[in-house]
Write a protein that binds this ligand. Structure first.
Ligand SMILES: *Cc1c(COP(=O)(O)O)cnc(C)c1O
Length: 507
């Protein structure tokens, strides 16, 4: 087994500081300029003047080495497999990055006259047509910057839909297996969340749902396949129940891999959907870079979308922006959201084509079921909910048997996997599975990589039975070993430079 972990113990840049060290030097100020600057400075009251910036002092080489080492401590999809369930950490073709970085994309401004950006408007228009075809929705807004942002916009639209009918509905139904952003977005949009339980098959308990639906219910937020990777086969019945009270169905489309070219949320009966372009459609994510969570809606909700929408004037063969949307819930972001992400999505869709997208769906499902069938045979693991039923692009196993027999928990196994050079899977989500391990191999991993991950996990489980203490104290091969989870998420320990900064300011 190869060990591929971060090997540097790199101090903070403040700790590397050497008094007097410097890199690039600016030319000295001409005396005349210096004098007038000083005069200007004297106009600023003493107490408002900033004196010592406390910047670290380093040579150019110090700086270059520091940041190179830091970059090598980073784990990304370009380092190795990243089986983080619900996150779709797949490989994104560099070609699409190239296209999005071309000067034609970088040097346009959203306030340019329409006739000078016809190409960009056409791209937005065409992309919308493609997403409509893929999802079965009637119109899209590209404004939201992320999945949760799209959910929030979707919830505002649901609220507005009911208001337009003269009623104030406050209940949003959300399954107990939902992604945490669903209840958060619904709450932020003013809804009260009513939780519907999953049944023994890991699907929405339809009898339970039927009992809790009444005229106060604004809608339901669902994802299908759900977070267990299981397809909700009663979806038609669920649609009937919710539409029965004129509620709306919101589709959390953050993880669309398994569906591409196969099934459309619109055909299932959903009214609103968000997509995570930074998961499914070729934008790397996880590092805080720009994302995009466009939302699509069915015809009767189009009026509520934020302005502007891109329209096409066939007669004059010209694209234009329609700002005249009096019933809209309003903007939630400037212009058309993160344009570069939309460019990457467009490039990805065109290059993949319909058959390519179908292959994405098939391969992501194959990869996940292949790995699941291997893992289910390992001691310490069980498969909750209808274990024989195939999963979609991801699956969830429970390490509860391992915990019972050895005291080793899912978090310990996850940490030990780091020593083997793998990013850990998602753990303790969804909440309805004890000691949950949620794994999404994605379609871009080869059989060899998946087998490698399987071998690493098998080794860790064997080790847990042999030497549980060893696993409980992992990782050993990373720059920083086991951290105290509570202290690690305390804001002040999370940002050590803040601590040092404070120390410096006091001295
Ligand atoms: C990632 C994810 C989200 C949230 O998307 P962000 O872009 O992180 O806001 C919502 N739902 C599901 C199921 C997800 O996997």
């Amino acid at each position: 087994m190869k060990f591929r972990q971060a090997r540097f113990e790199e101090p903070l840049i403040f700790e590397l500081s050497r008094s007097g060290a410097h890199g690039f030097e600016f030319p000295r100020l001409e005396p005349e300029l210096k004098r007038s600057l000083e005069e200007a400075l004297n106009e600023i009251p003493e107490e408002l003047r900033r004196r010592d910036l406390n910047l670290p002092e380093l040579s150019e080489l110090d700086v270059v080495r520091h940041f190179t080492r830091l970059s090598e401590m980073n784990y990304s999809i370009t380092t190795g497999m990243y089986p983080l369930g619900s996150c779709t950490m797949k490989y994104n073709p560099i070609l699409n990055e190239e296209i999005a970085s071309s000067s034609k994309v970088l040097q346009v401004h959203p306030l340019q006259p329409e006739e000078t950006v016809q190409g960009c408007l056409k791209l937005l228009y065409d992309l919308e047509q493609l997403l409509k075809r893929l999802t079965g929705m009637d119109r899209f807004s590209f404004q939201p910057s992320a999945g949760a942002h799209g959910e929030f916009l979707g919830c505002l639209i649901i609220r507005e839909y009911h208001r337009s009918k003269g009623r104030d509905r406050r209940i949003m139904i959300i399954p107990d297996s939902a992604h945490g952003t669903n209840p958060a977005s619904a709450t932020m949009a003013g809804f009260e969340v009513r939780v519907v339980k999953s049944n023994e098959y890991g699907c929405v308990d339809v009898d339970e749902l039927e009992k809790m639906v009444d005229e106060d219910v604004a809608g339901i937020m669902l994802t299908n396949p759900n977070t267990l990777g299981i397809f909700e086969k009663d979806i038609e019945k669920i649609v009937e129940i919710i539409h029965g009270v004129d509620g709306l169905l919101y589709y959390d489309g953050a993880n669309l891999n398994a569906l591409l070219g196969k099934v459309r949320p619109g055909d299932m009966g959903f009214d609103i959907i968000h997509l995570n372009l930074h998961k499914t459609f070729s934008t790397p994510h996880g590092g805080g870079g720009p994302g995009s969570g466009p939302i699509g809606v069915v015809k009767r909700l189009v009026d509520f979308l934020p302005p502007p929408l891109v329209e096409y004037d066939e007669e004059n063969d010209r694209y234009y922006l329609d700002y005249d949307r009096p019933k809209s819930v309003g903007r939630i972001k400037m212009f058309h959201g993160n344009f570069s992400v939309l460019v990457k999505t467009y490039a990805y869709l065109l290059r993949m084509g319909g058959d390519g997208l179908k292959k994405v769906a098939e391969t992501s499902v194959l990869a996940s079921n292949y790995l699941l069938r291997k893992l289910e045979k390992l001691r310490g693991i069980n498969v909750p909910f209808d274990p024989k039923r195939p999963r979609k692009h991801e699956f969830v196993v429970s390490l509860q048997p391992l915990y019972k027999e050895t005291g080793v928990r899912a978090v310990d196994v996850a940490k030990r996997l780091l020593d083997y050079g793998y990013h850990a899977p998602t753990i303790y989500f969804p909440l309805i599975v004890d000691e949950a391990f949620m794994i999404e191999p994605t379609e871009t991993e080869s059989k060899r990589e998946i087998d490698g991950f399987y071998e690493a996990l098998k080794n860790v489980l064997n080790e847990a039975y042999r030497d549980p203490e060893k696993v409980k104290n992992a990782p050993y091969n990373t720059a920083i070993g086991r951290v105290d989870e509570v202290r690690a998420s305390h804001p002040r320990t999370m940002i050590p430079s803040w601590r040092i900064y404070r120390r410096r300011m006091k001295s």
